[in-house]
Design a protein around this ligand. Structure first.
Ligand SMILES: [Zn+2]
Length: 640
């Protein structure tokens, strides 16, 4: 049902008559906000509103919303506010019936009478400034005084390769970058555009934050925006599902598959030359070999040999993660890998502390709370766990929420052969703890439990998350890969698995006496606090989704309770353990069965933010607690 109060032409007439009479008021401007998920009943069934960006322009006796003009009627005005009667739809059965403009903070509240709900809009300029400031800037520096001159020179080359990855990532997610930027004048819009790598807000469900843009294409720039699923299904080319191909259209308008090394020939050739020069300077034999093979990989799209070489590297001071790696950006199928890079300096002291964990992994795998056939694979004991300071993020890992731990390679063949390497980005983890986690705990965790929010627990939980990616199984019981069986739901399930098994591992190791004196409550309370942190990453993020699922699962199991008086959450230790075991079992068996339908249902039923939780997140927003960090980074920060 579409409601339209008056014919636009009549409204336009009103304007011509009245526009000149009114003095210009602050409220005649562009307002913006997000329509959240509301529960709506049409009398027979319940449904939920679709989250959407709202851009509403206030005019004298009318508003403009999505190109339509609707009349409004001013009903009162005093020093504090102006009220209006209105009747315009946000979507079917969701009609704005009244509006209040509050002068003190220049906000506009839309009342949806039939639902008894309201939506708050801000002046667009104020909103974009607030959003840009939700990212706190920190310096990415590290001590490199122990590096040789050769190593420092090599670092300079790696920075150049990293910048090429940045360029390729932009080409994949928003090729019109330069044109868009050159049309922008508002400094906060520019800052926010760069943080999000485009006009869609990554930590708000990829909704557009600029009124000129529609929905973000699910397949990002990896497929033609107008491609239908049937069209893709009927394309006969095995390379169409490859991680390293683009789907475009030929001159007849038919789909065609182009390998990355062809599509990006200029950039990868340049990167390969730089990588080979860097290899000349490398002092560590393993690193030298890896850089040479990585150069080759960029030119051929065969990453297997370089991934294997990367696994063999153990003792180098510097590490460089580079190439097309994660598939999160392709929300359509999770097929296509996005370019990125990290430049890392190894922290040898911390790395030594982590070394012992690998030896207990096979034993931990056996302890998982599932039947034998769901844990029949042997986790690679060759896995390497290290702590690093990260000095450069480019491309995919720098978009939206910043990665604080790396578990690579993703190639199951390499994992089966050599396990994987887990890199903890210690300086980034500490920034997130200090700037975000502690302040969240101060607001949302029961006062008497706040002392349990600790850096050590946060670092441990993060570290064991990465270890836990290596547990469970990569192959379903009937022999498919879990990734292919769970398709676009794979990432959320896999991240959910790593989170819950990470906590499970810590619990097991403590109970088996493998950990020194520690209070598990630190890990549990810090884990819960971090759920709020990650939920703020939104539904567009696999990590965000995984945390929402866990929040509601925990709530149903009584793992925490909320004190409505103080608005804080209290963890129940015993029930949290039960919930942890049962969720671990649910995820592991869903993966083992390759049960796509169940995975999908779990994400659909629990993978979104309901109103009460949204109200808690809004409190964090009102207190200006940063959502994430952004980096002041580059060779100059290292004195290069
Ligand atoms: Zn993970």
């Amino acid at each position: 049902m579409q409601l339209r109060s008056l014919i636009p032409a009549i409204i336009a007439g009103f304007f011509l008559v009245f526009q000149g009479c009114n003095e210009k008021e602050a409220m005649f401007d562009l307002f913006a906000g997000t329509l959240p998920i509301f529960e709506v009943s049409d009398g027979e069934s319940l449904f939920y509103t679709t989250p959407r960006s709202l851009f509403l322009r206030m005019m004298d006796d009318a508003i403009e919303l999505e190109g339509e003009i609707y009349s409004i009627e001013r009903t009162s005005e005093d020093d504090q506010q102006v009220t209006f009667l209105a009747s315009f739809p946000l979507e079917t059965d969701v009609t704005v019936t009244a509006m209040t403009y509050r002068k003190s903070d220049q906000t506009l509240t839309l009342e949806i009478g039939s639902l008894g709900k309201s939506v708050n809009l801000e002046l667009f300029d104020a909103m974009i400034e607030r959003k840009a400031n939700e990212y706190i800037e920190v310096d990415l520096a590290a001590d490199i005084s122990h590096l040789s001159d050769n190593q420092k020179e090599m670092l300079g080359l790696l920075f150049q390769v990293a910048d090429i990855m940045e360029e390729l990532y932009w080409a994949q997610v928003f090729p019109d970058k330069e044109a868009a930027l050159s049309s922008m004048t508002n400094e906060y819009v520019i800052r926010f555009f760069k943080i999000n790598y485009g006009p869609w807000e990554r930590l708000n469900g990829n909704l557009p934050y600029l009124s000129d843009y529609g929905k973000k294409p699910a397949g990002s720039g990896y497929y033609p925006a107008d491609m239908t699923l049937e069209e893709f299904e009927s394309l006969e080319d095995d390379a169409k599902t490859s991680l390293y191909t683009l789907i475009t259209r030929n001159s007849e308008g038919n789909l065609k598959v182009i390998p990355y090394h062809v599509a990006y020939a200029d950039q990868v050739e340049k990167a390969a030359v730089l990588l080979r020069e860097a290899a000349e300077l490398a002092e560590d034999e393993g690193f030298k070999k890896y850089l040479q093979l990585r150069a080759e990989a960029l030119l051929t799209d065969d990453y297997y040999p370089s991934d294997m070489a990367w696994m063999d590297m153990k003792d180098n001071d510097i590490d460089f993660v580079v190439g097309p790696i994660e598939t999160y950006e392709d929300a359509l199928f999770n097929y296509k890998a996005a370019h990125e890079s990290f430049i890392l300096i190894k922290d040898k002291t911390w790395s030594e502390k982590l070394a012992h964990i690998n030896s207990v992994l096979p034993q931990m795998q056996k302890s998982l709370p599932v039947p034998e056939n769901y844990k029949s694979e042997t986790p690679g004991s060759d896995s390497d766990l290290g702590a690093y300071d990260v000095v450069y993020y480019t491309g995919d890992c720098n978009a939206g929420s910043k990665t604080i731990a790396i578990n690579l390679p993703n190639d199951e063949r390499v994992q089966a052969n050599k396990g994987s390497r887990k890199l903890q980005l210690k300086n980034a983890i500490r920034y997130k703890f200090e700037e975000i986690l502690v302040p969240i705990g101060m607001v949302l965790i029961a006062e008497e439990q706040r002392e349990h929010v600790t850096f050590d627990a946060f670092f441990e939980n993060t570290m064991y998350h990465e270890v836990a990616h290596g547990l469970g199984i990569n192959q379903t019981l009937d022999g498919r890969t879990v990734r292919s069986a769970l398709k676009e739901q794979y990432s959320a399930l896999e991240e959910g698995k790593a989170d819950i098994l990470g906590l499970y591992l810590i619990t097991q190791m403590k109970e088996m006496g493998m950990m020194e004196e520690k209070d598990l409550m630190d890990n549990y309370v810090t884990f819960m606090t971090s759920i709020f942190r990650s939920i703020r990453f939104g539904v567009a993020s696999s990590h965000g989704k995984a945390n929402m699922i866990r929040f509601y699962y925990f709530q149903e199991m009584g793992a925490f309770t909320k004190d409505l008086g103080t608005g804080t959450y209290q963890i129940n230790f015993e029930k949290m353990q039960l919930a942890m075991n049962s969720l671990a079992n649910l995820i592991l068996t869903t993966q083992g069965d390759g049960n796509y339908e169940l995975a999908k249902r779990l994400v659909e039923e629990k993978g979104f933010i309901r109103e009460e939780l949204q109200a808690d997140l809004d409190r964090l927003k009102d207190l200006s607690i940063p959502v994430d960090i952004v980096f002041n980074q580059g060779p100059e920060l290292l004195g290069l």
